[in-house]
Design a protein around this ligand. Structure first.
Ligand SMILES: [Zn+2]
Length: 420
């Protein structure tokens, strides 16, 4: 039988640190912020003066040297992972920037939401402590009051976060054995949109809840009330927390809806095909607010990790594949159509298409074809609305076995022998 796969899973807890614990957390957050800003400054200076690029490792070495000086002796009292993890974050932020996926990293300010990560060590704590309801053990802090689902394994890492409203959270990463999942028989293509959040290749359309749009009026009113308060006053702080709560509710509503959808998609399908979207590119465009409100990025994130959990395959098709122009019935590539054209007729075969359903079908078919080895000369076609895959896909050779009834027959993987 298969060996059980372990997955990293994060448990998010709201924590309620005592006064002394809060002070410590704030000191760590301050150190994390200092490390981030210090590294960023070093990088910028080195680049400006000598056109040199500095890595997180370089900065880390420099900081270790600083610890020996009187002025930075306070660093010795900070858990070392607070600094190293922040440097690693910055390395990632720069990598994303150079790839064109993110903006240039900015300096961090005190009042913003902040986070630090603590790398844990088996010696530090007894695992038992993590199982108690209502509290969580954080090394260096001790037992902290907590609310949320508790992990049942020893954490590898704890992320402590304070949001803009001054609330504290701990995200506890644990390694867990993924529950053995039965293979699902379906395959689905998903076209993401704004009018509908998603259109499935089966023809089903998932409505877009747009939680932000719904809450917008209340948020605006709350923002106006905030601007009337004196900055720094008790009322100002309270109003600010009210706004943070409203924002959190919007995010929760969005996440809940997405969780239900992705759970269903993963339960029912062995293969899920999506477009690979340039979401940061879209997030800078005119559609930014709507794209964010629809939660495309979150949807893809959830699909990916749930698929990894359940042993499913998520295939992102080429961003430039002609999913809208292609006719899903005869594969002819038609003319470019503007977004306002919701339905069209194929000039080659006369098939009538709903724009989104056609796109979803194409995404499914193009995605499934990526399961085939290159140069095999075989093509997979979707015939009918709910195609079914055979019992199992040969994961090692990225090749699917397919029922001949609804699909054109695909030969079994040669290296695997018979179709599983
Ligand atoms: Zn056609």
């Amino acid at each position: 039988m298969e060996t059980p796969t372990t997955v990293m899973r994060a448990y998010k807890l709201r924590i309620y640190p005592s006064g002394a614990q809060q002070k410590l957390i704030e000191r760590w957050l301050g150190a994390g912020r200092w490390a981030w800003n210090h590294a960023l400054e070093r990088r910028q200076k080195a680049y400006r003066r000598r056109k040199e690029s500095v890595s997180g490792v370089d900065v880390s070495r420099a900081i270790t040297a600083l610890k020996k000086t009187r002025r930075y002796a306070w660093l010795k009292a900070i858990p070392s992972s607070v600094v190293t993890q922040r440097l690693r974050d910055q390395d990632k932020a720069f990598a994303a920037f150079f790839k064109g996926d993110a903006d240039y990293p900015r300096f961090k300010k005190r009042h913003q939401g902040q986070s630090i990560r603590l790398q844990l060590d088996q010696r530090h704590t007894k695992p038992r402590a993590y199982w108690l309801a209502g509290e969580v053990m954080v090394p260096g802090l001790g037992v902290v009051k907590a609310r949320g689902t508790h992990p049942r394994a020893f954490p590898k890492m704890v992320t402590l976060r304070r949001d803009g409203a001054g609330r504290y959270f701990a995200s506890v990463m644990v390694e867990e054995v993924a529950p053995a999942a039965k293979a699902a028989r379906g395959a689905v293509g998903i076209d993401l949109g704004l009018a509908h959040l998603a259109t499935l290749s089966s023809g089903e359309k998932i409505t877009n809840g747009r939680p932000y749009r719904t809450a917008r009026r209340r948020l605006r009113r709350a923002q106006r009330a905030l601007s009337r308060q004196r900055k720094g006053s008790q009322r100002y702080r309270r109003q600010k927390q009210r706004i943070a709560r409203l924002n959190a509710r919007v995010a929760n509503t969005r996440r809940d809806a997405l969780h239900k959808l992705t759970r269903r998609l993963i339960d029912e399908n062995q293969v899920v095909c999506v477009e690979s979207l340039c979401i940061t590119g879209l997030a800078k465009s005119k559609l930014a607010a709507s794209v964010h409100d629809a939660g495309w990025g979150e949807l893809l994130r959830q699909l990916r990790y749930k698929a990894a959990w359940a042993g499913r395959e998520v295939i992102a098709i080429d961003r430039f594949a002609p999913s809208t122009r292609r006719c899903s019935a005869c594969t002819a590539i038609g003319a470019k159509r503007s977004l306002s054209v919701r339905a069209w007729t194929c000039e080659a075969c006369g098939a009538e298409h709903d724009r989104d359903i056609n796109a979803a079908k194409n995404i499914l078919e193009l995605g499934l074809n990526e399961l085939l080895p290159a140069g095999s000369g075989e093509v997979m076609r979707v015939e009918g609305d709910t195609p079914r895959l055979g019992a199992a896909a040969c994961g090692r050779h990225r090749r699917a076995s397919v029922e001949a009834r609804t699909w054109q027959a695909i030969k079994p993987c040669p290296e695997q022998g018979a179709v599983a």
